[in-house]
Design a binder for this molecule. Structure first.
Ligand code: LLP
Length: 420
């Protein structure tokens, strides 16, 4: 692909140079059409049985993007009280939120119980704690429903740090510990209404997910009257799209998933609601970052382009060695990729590891060019920080009719000072 930005008309006719001058850089820019399109896609993963897609909001919690998810008919999963509060603010009701926390304090479970939010407990000890919270609140037995997170024994993801199933992870309850779930549930009069899993983040082949589905459906047979089974998220997106990497094979995946559900439903006796929890798939490709090149320099043999997109703005490359495609914009136009040379694109943070793209084949970058980082809509702003006391970036949305809407103002030094 020559240019993703041009191919999908990302700026919907707006001039990116004008955008950068008006709203400043670094700037997160989202495209509403792409976001809605991906969100709609995930609502169609299962069509034969009752199904809801839960958008995993940790990927991007901007309230305006949550509102798009609401309009597209998604439910959501949340990891913290903060995420739940943002969902309430965006208009989600408690029934549409699934709380899937990890190692939380009693007050967090009590918050969820009081707000009638279905909660999944991630360990036997958290299940016990949940039971104690119900006792403390003197909750009627018939209201004591919850879910448990199963570790299906299979993991997958773009690197070890994001694999959440299998033996090498803190997440979930192992199959052999399932009998103890029932003991704890009996002790506290808990009804286990659902089970969930999440094997990890970013796989481009459906096989590990399908294996985990097979495993959780086998484990589900041990539970009576489950109201829902949640298979988790993790569907990948092509981060190497300029090199023509293919999309996650959604259609093939759907075809392979259905027979597994058929077999389960025929044996289980009732039809639970099936769920998935995609985060990245919904938002990654609908977001980019615009940054400005302020320095061109050569150190030893390496040609550097120094930008304002540091690891504070996008941490994925320095945290996971993640690849994000980069396009260069000069005078409002994408620079074509006919003549490439090796360059290293870095940020303005005081760390040698503050590298956005290492020894990358790119058109020759010049001072004052704009750098456009693709696929930054997921785990971009939501993982950004104020490291080196740099206020966090603004976010704008290009609406479906090409209008520009500021959906989060740029943070200011004054905002940083407020905490003291
Ligand atoms: N459900 C649970 C319980 C999760 O922990 C996650 C992601 C998801 C769903 C959504 O996964 P997704 O569909 O987005 O892959 N910061 C890393 C990714 C960490 C994901 C953590 N959990 C990254 O930037 O690649």
């Amino acid at each position: 692909m020559d240019s993703f930005i041009d191919n999908v008309n990302f700026f919907e006719g707006n001039n990116p140079e004008k955008i950068a001058l008006e709203y400043g850089t670094p700037l997160y820019v989202y495209n509403e059409k792409i976001l809605r399109n991906r969100m709609y896609n995930v609502t169609q993963v299962i069509t034969k049985y009752p199904y809801t897609a839960n958008y995993s909001v940790k990927a991007n919690t901007n309230i305006h993007i949550l509102k798009l998810a609401l309009e597209e008919g998604l439910n959501c999963d949340a990891m913290s009280i903060g995420e739940i509060q943002l969902l309430f603010k965006a208009g989600f009701s408690a029934e549409r939120i699934f709380f899937v926390p990890n190692n939380v304090a009693p007050f967090e479970l009590i918050f969820a119980i009081k707000h009638k939010i279905m909660t999944s407990l991630d360990s036997l000890s958290q299940l016990e704690l949940f039971g104690e919270c119900c006792n403390k609140l003197k909750l009627a037995y018939e209201k004591r429903t919850c879910a448990v997170r199963i570790n299906p024994g299979v993991g997958a993801g773009h690197c070890e740090k994001v694999i959440t199933g299998g033996k090498n992870t803190k997440f979930g309850i192992a199959e052999q510990d399932v009998p103890q779930i029932f003991e704890i549930a009996n002790k506290y009069h808990l009804t286990i209404a659902g089970i969930n899993q999440h094997i990890g983040s970013l796989f481009m082949q459906p096989e590990p997910y399908l294996e985990a589905v097979t495993n959780i459906l086998r484990i589900a047979m041990l539970f009576k009257n489950l109201k829902f089974i949640d298979f988790g998220g993790g569907y990948g997106i092509p981060y190497h799209k300029l090199a023509n990497e293919k999309d996650f094979p959604m259609e093939d995946f759907k075809k392979k998933l259905e027979p597994l559900l058929d077999e389960f439903v025929s044996k289980y006796g009732s039809v639970p609601l099936f769920k998935s929890e995609p985060g990245r798939y919904c938002v990654a490709e609908g977001g980019i970052i615009l940054g400005r090149v302020h320095t061109i320099k050569q150190n030893a043999d390496i040609k550097y382009a120094g930008t304002d997109i540091g690891m504070n703005v996008l941490v994925r490359p320095s945290m996971y060695d993640s690849w994000h495609d980069i396009e260069i914009i000069r005078n409002g136009k994408i620079v074509d990729r006919d003549n490439l040379m090796e360059q290293t694109v870095v940020g303005n943070i005081c760390e040698s590891g503050d590298i956005l793209a290492k020894m990358r084949q790119l058109p020759q970058i010049q001072q004052d060019d704009l750098v456009c980082v693709l696929d930054a809509g997921a785990y971009g702003w939501s993982m950004s920080s104020t490291y080196n006391s740099r206020p966090r970036a603004a976010e704008i949305l290009i609406t479906k009719n090409g209008k520009i809407k500021v959906i989060r103002r740029r943070e200011t030094i004054k905002d940083l000072m407020k905490l003291f």
